[in-house]
Design a protein around this ligand. Structure first.
Ligand SMILES: [Zn+2]
Length: 448
């Protein structure tokens, strides 16, 4: 059976960025957008252009340079918002206007103070206006899961008739249960005439910890777009986490016959970059990209891992881009290789900053021959203080055997914990015997 293709709609820069402590400026959003492009997401929701000058500028800047994915701009269901969004998207190669309007009675009564009939007309008019500007129009009935079902079906039908190409069903308040949310998607598919012409999307919040489960249930029921964020950031408890959705499909194709175009090896670098930019750490036990996601501390687990990583691992660290901790840099490594390694660890430096690290790196490499990730992290910390240290440095992984799983070579000994104990300061570091093992990857780095 051919797996169904799921559109990954990333809203890290919009819904994610709205969450406390996660705001980003324009250059930071642009950096993230480049990384999301490398990750292979299908849609980047770049911001909410009417919300602020900064949001407008970010959407405009991203639309101008990121050419492959669709770039979406959010708008409330009113003319000024839609026109502003369209203005910001002018340079996009594949623009999308994303219009939303709350539809639940509680929102209509207390927030919008409009009747259901007014809501229906406003949604229809807004989609018509957006469609007159842009071919690709998404509509979201905000708080859909607490909206009266019959009314929700009317709204969806109205916006489909008005030209929406994607209908997104948000569980705005994270209230739904997986089976219930799947049934809702199913009902919409069965009862709305013309729905087969549009893509149904799921947008789930994590207030009950069910955002990913609800999204997967929606996909099983026929949704073909999932809205999600890196590290699951977003309003309150966050959005569905992109990395979890992607890896569910990758690890369980037997039960979950869907595919995405996401390059899973980019998941860890993009997660690290986001943490570094926002300063918001990833919880250590976070699935897929948390510091402990591939750590095996218990003796019996370590023993099993050494015999065969599959005893306790359902995916390799490398498959999600957790760098191989045994990968070493030596004094022959160039500045470019060093920079690449820093990037793999989630750091990006200006030229001058990199120069400074490079000078110290050369001195260190001369002394200890092979510079491993944890040495490099120490160097970065020494050079640039705590400022740029991402919260989940890979050297913190308690066991490097995890990082080597699937690499097809010997497992190294447990790496030094970080920060390094005094006797292992970079200046006096003993040579790790495993560092003598050269690998293809190492040669690659040396050759850059
Ligand atoms: Zn949301």
């Amino acid at each position: 059976m051919e797996p169904a293709r799921i559109t990954i709609f990333d809203t890290t820069l919009r819904d994610g960025e709205q969450s406390p402590g996660c705001s980003m400026n324009v250059p930071e959003k642009l950096r993230m957008a480049h990384q999301l492009d490398r990750l292979g997401v299908d849609v980047i929701e770049a911001g909410f252009p009417i919300a602020s000058e900064g949001d407008f500028a970010a959407v405009q800047a991203i639309a101008a340079v990121i050419r492959r994915p669709i770039i979406a701009g959010l708008a409330r269901a009113c003319r000024p918002d839609i026109e502003r969004a369209w203005q910001a998207l002018q340079d996009a190669s594949r623009p999308r206007i994303h219009v939303f309007l709350a539809t639940s009675d509680i929102h209509l009564k207390y927030k919008l103070r409009i009747s259901r009939q007014q809501c229906l007309e406003q949604a229809r008019d807004a989609v018509r206006l957006a469609k007159s500007l842009c071919q690709d129009v998404e509509f979201s009935p905000e708080d859909a899961t607490r909206t009266d079902l019959e009314f929700l079906l009317q709204i969806v039908q109205a916006v489909v008739e008005a030209g929406a190409t994607t209908v997104n069903i948000p569980d705005t308040v994270g209230y739904s249960m997986p089976a219930e949310f799947g049934e809702l998607i199913q009902t919409i598919r069965q009862r709305v005439p013309g729905i087969e012409k549009v893509t149904i999307s799921a947008h789930c919040h994590n207030d009950l910890g069910l955002a990913v489960a609800n999204s997967l249930s929606a996909v099983a029921a026929g949704a073909r777009q999932v809205e999600c964020t890196i590290n699951g950031i977003g309003e309150r408890a966050g959005n569905a986490s992109l990395e979890e959705i992607v890896m569910a499909a990758r690890v369980r194709p037997d039960r979950y016959v869907y595919k995405t175009e996401v390059v899973s090896e980019q998941l860890f670098p993009v997660s690290q970059m986001l943490s570094e930019i926002t300063g918001v750490p990833v919880q250590p036990n976070k699935a897929i990209i948390g510091r402990n996601a591939f750590a095996h501390e218990a003796g019996i687990h370590q023993d099993g891992m050494l015999k065969n990583p599959l005893t306790y691992e359902i995916m390799t660290p490398r498959s999600v881009g957790v760098p191989d901790s045994t990968l070493v840099l030596g004094k022959h490594s160039g500045r470019h290789a060093l920079n690449l390694r820093c990037e793999q660890l989630g750091f990006q430096f200006e030229r001058r900053e990199l120069d400074e690290i490079y000078r110290k790196f050369v001195v260190l490499a001369d002394k200890i021959k092979h510079v491993e990730d944890h040495h490099l992290m120490e160097l970065i910390r020494e050079t640039h203080g705590g400022r740029r240290i991402p919260p989940a440095p890979v050297a913190d992984l308690p066991l490097a055997i995890a990082a080597a799983a699937g690499s097809g070579r010997d497992y190294p000994q447990k790496p030094l914990s970080f920060p390094l104990p005094a006797e292992f300061s970079p200046s006096g570091l003993p040579l790790n015997p495993m560092a003598e093992h050269h690998s293809e990857q190492e040669d690659y780095l040396w050759g850059v």
